[in-house]
Design a protein. Structure first.
Lengths: 432, 432
C-alpha cells in the first residue's frame, strides 16, 4: 500500500490548524457580533440540486465529485455554500426573514490542480436574505473592515454596482446579452490589458465606438467622490449610483471603500453592489474576500414567484492565512507549533505529585502537557523544544519539600523557583 | 426539481448548530488544556487507504461512499478519524512522539438508516501515540470527567482491560481465535442475555464448562475494589490488573471509575485499557463516549516493525447533544434560537444614528442585530420574539435628544431609559 493523499487535497498539521482555528474564531465572533447565526448543511447534496438550472452552472458541475448511495441515488460533494443555502430556504418556507446566516466549511472541486488551487478548500460566507436596503450591504463591508483591522492589515474595500455597469453599457448602446458579454470581457481588463479586451469585444461583434466609450467610462480617474461625480454626469438617474451613495453613508471607514467602476466580478448572478477586498502591502495578489448582492438567484432556483433579495460576503481564508503565516514567521514570536503553554517534567519517584500539579494548572485554564513516558530531563527539554513549548516546569523532590517548582523559560533559558500559585499568575498574564 | 437532502443526512439549523458549537468549544478547550493539538485531514481519502488490510475492516468498507476523481483515481469518504491518523503518522515519520492530537469532524457511512443512525455524523477524538504508561490512559478518563462535570452530568466511567479478559479466558482454557470468538459473544451480554450468549458460545463449539466459568468471572459482584480482588485471586500475575491499578492511581475521580469486567468493546484492535462513559440519570441508553488502548494497529497498518503504542478517547457528540437539548428545553432559559443578544430598532429618520449605536454595542462585544428593512415597531417586536432575542433597543428621536435609548426586556416586557454606556454594562453582565 502506498501512503498517499487524494490529488489536490492535503492534511492540515497542528501548526497550520492552530492558525486556521484562530482565524475562523475571529471571523465567527465578528459574524455573530452582527447578528448572523450559524447554519450547517451536509457536505453531500443530491445531484439534482447541484445540477439545477440556476445553481452553480455547467462549468462548476463539470468539476463536481459525483457519488451514489446504496439506494443508487445520485449525489455530489458541494462545490459552494450558496446552493445549499438556497435549498435550505426552499425547504424551510416558514423561516422568518431577514434570515442572516453564516457558514464556514469545506467545498470540493475536481478541477485542474495548479497555482495553489486545491480540490478541498474552505468557504466562509455570511448572507442576509430578505432585505433590499443598503444597510445590509454595508454590514458586509463593515464586517470585512472589522476583521482586517483586527488582523492588522492595511486593507482596501473596492466597491461597484452592477446597475451602474449596466446603465453605462446601455448608454453606449449595449443591453441584454450583448451587455453581459461585454461585462465578461471587461472583467478581464487586469489579465488581458486594454488591447486584449478590445480585441475580444471586437470578436464579439461589439461596435468599436461603444468599446472605446465603455473602456473610458469604467476607467475614469480620480478618487471615489470624483469618479462618482464623473459617472453621474453620464447616468444621472442611475439607481446603482443612488445605492452606492447610500452604501457610503452606512460604512464605518468610507476612506477605505474605493469606488472601482472597472470591477465586474464574473458571476452572472450578481444584481447590485459588488465588492472585493485587498491588502495593500501584501505580496498576495488575489482578493482577501469578496461578495455582492444577488437578488434573483434564490427565487429563480426555487422556481418561486416570491422575492428573495440577498447580499453576502465571503472571506478568502487561504490568502488571509498565507498572509498571516508570512507575517508571523517574520515576527519575534514566530508561528505557534502547539497549543501547549507549559510542559511539566516530574522526577520519576514523584510522578503522582507532578500529575497533580499539571491538573492544577489545567483547572486554572493553562494548556499543560506533561512527560508521560518517564524520559530523562535532557530528552524532555529536547521534546519541549521540538514543539516550541514556551515554558517547562520541573518538579523535583528537593523543590517539592519547599512547596516550590522550577519554571524554565525555554527561549531565554532562565529558571526560577516559584510556588504553583505564582506559576499560574505568571502564565496567565502571558499573551496567549 | 424536488428539494431533498441525501437520505440519512440533515441540515443543522441555527438553534442546533449554536448548541453543537458550544459543546465542541468546550471539548476543544479541554483537549487543549491537556496538551492535545488539532489536526485536520481531508474528508476524502484514497480508497486503497480505507480498504487496507488493517484499516476499518470489511464491514465498514461495505458502508463506505466511493468516488473517483477526473484522473480516475479511486477515492472514498472517510468512515472514521483513526485510519487517517495512522496514515498521517506513516506519511510524517519524523514527527516527534508522543504525538498528541485531537480531531473533530464529520465521517460518512452509507449504512441502513434507522434508530437515529445517520450517514453523516461527527467524531470527536483525542489520541496519544507513542506512550505505554497508564498516565496517558488516565488523561482520557480525566478529560471525560472534566467535560461531563462541566456539563453538569452525573457521569460514570466504566473501565476494563483486554489483558484481564484474555487472562480470564486463558484460565478457562480459551486462547487465540477461540478467545476472540468468545469475546465477540460476551460483548452481547446486554443484548442477548446470559442464555443467548451461552447458546451462541455453544454454537461456536466452546465447552459448556468454560462458558459457565467465563460468564461467572466477568460478572463478579461487588464494588470496583472487591471485583479487582476477586479477579486477582484467579489471575494474580495479570499485567492487565497491574495496569488497571496504576490507572486508578492517576485518575482524579476514582469513585466515578467503575471496574466493569464484563465490558468488552467489539473492535478487534483494542489491546489494553478499554472504557465507556454513561450518564446515570439520562434517558439515553448509549455510551456518551468511549475509547481504549490500541497498541498494535498503527504499526500493522503501516507494515512497520516500529512500535506505535496508542490510546484514545472519543466523545459521542450526538448523545451528549440530545441530553443537553432535553435539559435545556426543560430549563428556564430554554434552547437558544440565535446568538443575538440585542436587536436595535431605530426610528426611520434616524437610521444612521441607530446604526452607530449598533456598532458601539458590537465593538463592546455584544452580539447585536438591527432592523435592516425599516419595519414598524410591532413587526420588529414580532421578529425579535420569533428569534427569542432577549433584548430590544428602541432608538427614537425624543430619547436621542436626551442621549438615551429604550431597553426592553423581551421576557418581562419591562422597559427602561438608559444611556448606551449603561446598556453595554447591563448586557455585558448577562449570562451569555
Amino acid at each position: 500500500m502506498e501512503l498517499q493523499l487524494p490529488r489536490g487535497m492535503s492534511d492540515t498539521p497542528p501548526e497550520e490548524k492552530i492558525l486556521r482555528d484562530e482565524l475562523i474564531g475571529l471571523i465567527r465572533k465578528t459574524f455573530e457580533a452582527y447578528g448572523f447565526n450559524p447554519l450547517e448543511t451536509p457536505i453531500v447534496e443530491r445531484w439534482e440540486i447541484l445540477a439545477a438550472k440556476y445553481a452553480g452552472g455547467s462549468e462548476l458541475l463539470k468539476e463536481t465529485f459525483k457519488l451514489t448511495d446504496q439506494g443508487q441515488r445520485d449525489l455530489g460533494l458541494r462545490y459552494d455554500l450558496t446552493v445549499p443555502l438556497a435549498r435550505y430556504i426552499g425547504m424551510n418556507p416558514t423561516i422568518k426573514r431577514p434570515f442572516k446566516r453564516y457558514q464556514i466549511g469545506t467545498v470540493y472541486r475536481d478541477g485542474p490542480v495548479k497555482l495553489g488551487r486545491t480540490r478541498e478548500f474552505y468557504q466562509c460566507d455570511a448572507d442576509t436574505v430578505g432585505v433590499r436596503s443598503m444597510l445590509a450591504d454595508a454590514e458586509c463591508l463593515n464586517i470585512a473592515a472589522d476583521v482586517f483591522s483586527k488582523l492588522g492589515f492595511d486593507y482596501e474595500l473596492q466597491v461597484n454596482n452592477r446597475k451602474i455597469l449596466n446603465d453605462l453599457l446601455a448608454k453606449v448602446g449595449l443591453t441584454g446579452d450583448a451587455a453581459f458579454e461585454a461585462l465578461i470581457s471587461l472583467d478581464k481588463l487586469d489579465k488581458l490589458g486594454q488591447d486584449g479586451v478590445r480585441k475580444e469585444l471586437m470578436e464579439k461583434k461589439i461596435a468599436s465606438e461603444a468599446i472605446d466609450q465603455a473602456l473610458e467610462l469604467i476607467q475614469v480617474g480620480g478618487n471615489s467622490e470624483e469618479r462618482m461625480k464623473a459617472i453621474a454626469m453620464r447616468i444621472p438617474e442611475s439607481e446603482g449610483l443612488r445605492e452606492l451613495r447610500e452604501l457610503y453613508a452606512y460604512v464605518d471607514a468610507p476612506e477605505r471603500v474605493i469606488f472601482t467602476p472597472r470591477m465586474v466580478r464574473g458571476q452572472a448572478y450578481y444584481t447590485g453592489t459588488i465588492f472585493e477586498s485587498y491588502v495593500r502591502d501584501s505580496k498576495i495578489n488575489s482578493a482577501f474576500g469578496s461578495g455582492g448582492r444577488w437578488d434573483n438567484m434564490i427565487g429563480t432556483f426555487l422556481g418561486s414567484k416570491e422575492q428573495y433579495p440577498a447580499v453576502g460576503f465571503s472571506f478568502g481564508l487561504e490568502p488571509i492565512l498565507q498572509e498571516l503565516k508570512m507575517r508571523r514567521a517574520e515576527s519575534a514570536e514566530g508561528l505557534p507549533k502547539c497549543v501547549t503553554q507549559v510542559y511539566v517534567i516530574p522526577f520519576k519517584a514523584i510522578v503522582k505529585e507532578g500529575r497533580q500539579i499539571a491538573q492544577q494548572l489545567r483547572r486554572a485554564g493553562i494548556n499543560t502537557d506533561m512527560d508521560l513516558a518517564g524520559k530523562g530531563i535532557s530528552d524532555n527539554l529536547k521534546y519541549a523544544n521540538a514543539y516550541s513549548i514556551p515554558y517547562v516546569l520541573i518538579v523535583g523532590p528537593d523543590e517539592l519539600v519547599q512547596s516550590k517548582v522550577k519554571l524554565r523559560d525555554m527561549r531565554s533559558g532562565q529558571e526560577e523557583m516559584l510556588s504553583v500559585e505564582d506559576v499560574i499568575v505568571r502564565l496567565r498574564t502571558l499573551p496567549s
